[in-house]
Ligand binder design. Structure first.
Ligand SMILES: Cc1ncc(COP(=O)(O)O)c(C=O)c1O
Length: 480
């Protein structure tokens, strides 16, 4: 049988947690100090233009950078050119791009066949009209073709907006109140979702500037604890009900806290038992795991699905929400009486540029078998990292879900509020360690996501991955 999804073999989830728990039970194994000083010197010696630009930017832009994933240790790097597997900074240094802007560029950076279609659109229609364009239809049909659960679809500006819309539609449809998320999961930065961010159990810890009422109907359950989810569902029954449960199907933070294979099916059953809608946040997994998404891979049908990133192949206004027609119909103008409609909008939503980029990105992904090829690159990278880890007898953990590769060296993501003393003591140093790892990798020509995650793309040939492994080895050997 030909492989349809990026994941060639699902990880042994218990084994991954065993290794992660082992990592977190040990003292931090950071890069040796003299080596780290050498890695940091790279930035002073080779990234002078980046420093100049981002120092100046600090006068006009808070913190100097605007993307949460942009490294700022020791200082941010200004990127000038991208192509396929590579990025080049303002000083001309070349890097292998495992950040991929957080996930959308699974075809590789600045992929020419899609760029040409975008140019064509710009030349004859421009980026926006505010009216209907045929590519809206073409994209919605294509999404429905790959994911039949998406009976109807609305394009929006971002994953954040699309999560907001999904929650609104779920409440409008079920007439229920609560939304339950997994502790630690990131679903964008809307008021109700800045709750239990990154560290499970932290509730409103990050909710600076957000009124209490905005997240009063948001709840979190401990990752992978179906018993905890069920307790919330039971309790909510007598106080307004649960409108929706929202999960990232691979687990929070692109599977950084991985889920057992049958987890999503069990959440589905609980949603059905309690009359809550199941929302899959496929902002990362949508099309990266395969054209059928994580829902196709796991064989679980959500009521609503949230898209972002790959839905426009890395072009702007990457967001969308789709699912059961009777729920998504709540977004239509002019339906029902007052209060029936779930209000959403957006000046640039569903513009022709985003739609044409999304449409051809998905077609190219299908034509080239891109998710599977990117997944193979992820497998090769993971296997190589595991070999390096065992060669140097390190407690680090590497595992992947296809083209999403995790390299845990500090275990910071495993800290939680069940052990508040350890959390208070270790959060900062373990966070700083991955900051250092990110900088160390970058000094060797590797750009990762926060020093602990790598997205691979179709452009990552065996040669690129083997070169990357040599560079990783240089840094990891310095931790031994
Ligand atoms: C799982 C998940 N949901 C939602 C979002 C928010 O999407 P956006 O950044 O497009 O608002 C992200 C962004 O990284 C994400 O990873």
């Amino acid at each position: 049988m030909t492989q349809e999804y990026a994941i060639s073999q699902y990880h042994d989830t218990n084994k991954v947690y065993e290794q992660l728990n082992n990592l977190i039970s040990q003292p931090i194994r950071h890069v040796k100090r003299e080596k780290m000083a050498e890695y940091l010197r790279y930035f002073d010696d080779n990234c002078k233009r980046s420093k100049e630009l981002t120092d100046e930017a600090k006068k006009y832009i808070p913190g100097g950078v605007q993307h949460n994933l942009a490294f700022n240790y020791p200082f941010p790097i200004a990127i000038e050119k991208t192509d396929g597997a590579f990025l080049w900074d303002a000083d001309g240094n070349q890097y292998i791009d495992f950040l991929q802007a957080g996930g959308p560029t699974v075809l590789g950076s600045n992929y020419a066949p899609v760029r040409e279609k975008v140019f064509e659109m710009l030349q004859h229609c421009g980026p926006v009209t505010g009216l209907f364009h045929e590519y809206e239809l073409k994209l919605a049909q294509l999404v429905n073709h790959y994911m039949p659960a998406i009976e109807m679809f609305r394009m929006l500006g971002s994953g954040t907006e699309s999560v907001m819309a999904a929650i609104r539609a779920a409440r409008a449809f079920t007439k229920k109140k609560y939304v339950i998320k997994v502790g630690g999961a990131y679903h964008g930065w809307s008021d109700p979702m800045v709750y239990g961010l990154h560290v499970p159990g932290t509730g409103r810890l990050d909710a600076t500037g957000i009124p209490r009422g905005s997240s009063a109907a948001t709840e979190e359950f401990f990752p992978n604890s179906l018993a905890s989810l069920k307790r919330h569902l039971i309790f909510n029954r007598i106080r307004g009900g649960t409108a929706a449960v929202i999960v990232e199907p691979l687990g929070p933070e692109s599977g950084t806290r991985p889920v057992p294979f049958d987890f999503n099916q069990k959440v589905r059953e609980l949603c059905d038992e309690f009359g809550a809608l199941l929302i899959f946040d496929e902002v990362v997994t949508g099309f990266r795991v395969g054209l059928g998404g994580a829902q196709g891979y796991f064989g679980v049908k959500p009521d609503l699905t949230v898209f972002g990133k790959c839905i426009t192949g890395g072009y702007p206004m990457a967001g969308g929400v789709g699912g059961r027609a009777e729920v998504i119909m709540r977004f239509a103008a002019g339906i029902g009486g007052i209060g029936e409609r779930a209000y959403i909008g957006g000046t640039l939503s569903a513009n022709p540029l985003s739609c044409v980029a999304g449409y051809y990105s998905l077609l190219e992904m299908e034509r080239t078998d891109d998710p599977v090829i990117a997944g193979r690159a992820g497998d090769r990278l993971t296997k190589g990292l595991q070999e390096i880890i065992s060669k140097y007898n390190l407690p680090f953990v590497a595992y992947n879900q296809g083209s999403i590769v995790h390299l845990e060296t500090s275990g910071v993501m495993l800290l939680d509020l069940r052990n508040p003393i350890r959390l208070a003591k270790e959060l900062k140093p373990r966070k700083h360690m991955i900051e250092e790892m990110g900088a160390a990798y970058m000094s060797q020509g590797l750009i990762t996501l926060a020093g602990s995650r790598m997205y691979t793309s179709m452009a990552d040939t065996d040669e690129v991955i083997d070169d990357a492994l040599n560079k990783f080895e240089t840094v990891l050997a310095a931790c031994a």
